[in-house]
Each structure stands twice: as C-alpha cells, then as structure tokens.
Design a protein around this ligand. Structure first.
Ligand SMILES: [Zn+2]
Ligand SMILES: [Zn+2]
Length: 304
C-alpha cells in the first residue's frame, strides 16, 4: 500500500505518476502522539518546516510522569503542538502514587503548561493495561482519579486499554463518572479491541471519538482482521466519531521503514487504509483526513 502513496506530496506540490497525493493546504492532525519520545532533530521536522503547503497539528500525550516538567522545544512555524497530561497504566510510580497524582492535578491549574507555555487540551492517556507491571488496583486508582479530574476540569479524556476484559471495566467506570456529553477519545482502537464495548461507548457518549492508527495495517489474526474491517465498513455512525493518530514513535505501520515513520507519513498511511476499508464513493484519503481533522478540532478545540 505504501508504494501507492506519494510522501513527497506531504511537503511539496507533486504531480508524479504515483496513485495517491494528499491535497495541498490540507492540514494534518495527529490526534495522539508522543513528542517526548522522538527527538526534535528527527529529519521529519526539517521536511515539515521547509514545507509551504501544509500545517501540522500534534496532540502530544505527556504520559510519563518523569517527563511532565520536561520541554522538547519545536521552533517551527507550521508545527503546532497541543499537550495532554496523564498517568499511563504502564507508567505508575511504585511509591507515592497519591503524591504524583496530586502533582498531575497541579499541572492543570492553568490551561497553559507552566514550563512549555503550550496549550493543555486533555487528560490522559489513562486506562487499564494487562501488560503493565503495576497491580490492577493501582491502575484503577490512577485511572479513576484522572476520570474525575477530566470531569472537574471539563477537559477531554484520552483512553488507553489493553486486554479484552478490561474494556468493559473502563466503560463502566467512565459511565459512572462522566456525563454523556463529555468529550472522550478512545485511542488505538484496533482489530483486537472489544468492539461491542466500543459500540456502547459511541452510543452512550455523543461527543466521543474513536482513534485509528497504523497498528491496523498489521494483520495478526485473519478472522479478527476481517471482523474489524467489516465493523468499520458497516458502522452507521463511525465516520462522525473517527479521528486519526500515529502514536508516534510507537506502532509504525506495516512496510514503512522506522526512520520514515512520523506524524505526516503515519496519518497519510492510516487515511489510505481507511479509504481501502470503506470503499465508499467520495471517501478518499484526503476527504477522510478532512473529516477526521474536523472531529479532532471539535474534541480538543484545535484552531484548525
Ligand atoms: Zn508525487
Ligand atoms: Zn500513546
């Protein structure tokens, strides 16, 4: 699939004979990545900053408590960074959970981060993860506190879930704390997600978004993959709740060299993947990005 995409078109006008180009001036929104985890001298930043055809909006999740006060500057005019702060279930301190959660709550005293000056647009990512070394009780405690924080601040909540039985536990928790109008992003929905829970999530929370990324391009189980694609193709309202993300630098899409993986190539690949799954008239990579951008703008209040 990647060979059909013109990556040059991400940064400059191109009319080469490759099949898919991205529309000029169409902004790219990566609704979930981890800027802290990829260095700012990555060649990607030079490509974007030299581009005069595209703006890039990154929702960067500061999910590791030891990086909350660290700033990774990005002095490029056409890259706009918005941050969320949270305690990821794989990064829960062994000691002083309450103290660290209190520190997290303090960061939200202002809508600009006190050190970076960047806009804070959400709480998370937070959730439950069966591969975490932290006991489930600690994960639940940290999760519930962050759900309450999102409610009290009226800020979007970013969810992470790994482990089939944990999906309904998380939905039960948010349903008991948040009003149905609360904006929520369920990050990294993929073929092994509990799709019935995701369906319930979409129908309960009218302002929820479901976030797809490059992990969907890897097929681990053929039957599961078929079910997932059918779910996307036939879902009556998914397109109204769809956002795109990369989780960069994690979850590199299939057949893409790691060094070429970045928020622009990652979003382009996942948008083309959604186009191929939907096979719907008028829904090409560019229109899918436009729809997803609009949903992300509404969720996080981005000035696109
Ligand atoms: Zn081209
Ligand atoms: Zn993430």
């Amino acid at each position: 699939m990647n060979s059909q995409l013109c990556f040059k078109s991400l940064y400059e006008s191109c009319k080469c004979p490759l099949h898919t180009h991205l529309n000029k001036q169409l902004p790219i929104v990566d609704s979930h990545c981890h800027l802290d985890d990829f260095s700012n001298n990555h060649p990607y930043f030079r490509s974007v900053s030299a581009s005069n055809i595209r703006e890039v909006f990154l929702v960067s999740n500061k999910h590791k408590f030891h990086n909350w006060d660290t700033v990774f500057p990005l002095p490029y005019q056409n890259i706009h960074v918005y941050e969320t702060f949270g305690m990821h279930p794989k990064f829960i301190p062994e000691r002083d959970i309450h103290l660290t959660l209190a520190h997290l709550e303090n960061i939200f005293c202002d809508y600009l981060h006190p050190v970076s000056g960047r806009h804070i647009v959400g709480v998370g990512e937070t959730g439950l993860d069966e591969t975490s070394k932290s006991p489930l009780e600690h994960q639940k405690l940290a999760f519930e506190r962050q759900v309450i924080l999102a409610r009290n601040l009226n800020l979007p909540l970013v969810l992470h879930c790994r482990g089939y039985p944990l999906f309904s536990l998380m939905l039960d928790c948010i349903e008991s704390i948040l009003p149905p109008s609360h904006p929520i992003q369920w990050h990294c929905v993929k073929s092994d997600s509990h799709l019935e829970v995701i369906d319930r999530f979409i129908s309960i929370f009218s302002n929820s978004v479901v976030s797809l990324n490059g992990s969907s391009t890897h097929i681990r189980d053929i039957d599961q993959d078929k079910v997932f694609k059918k779910w996307i193709r036939n879902h009556p309202t998914l397109i109204n709740h769809l956002v795109l993300e990369t989780d960069c630098p994690w979850l590199c899409p299939k057949n893409l060299p790691v060094l070429e993986f970045n928020p622009c190539t990652g979003i382009f690949i996942v948008s083309k993947w959604v186009e191929d799954v939907l096979r719907a008239p008028g829904k090409n990579a560019s229109t899918i990005i436009r729809i997803a951008n609009d949903n992300a703008r509404r969720t996080f209040g981005l000035p696109i």
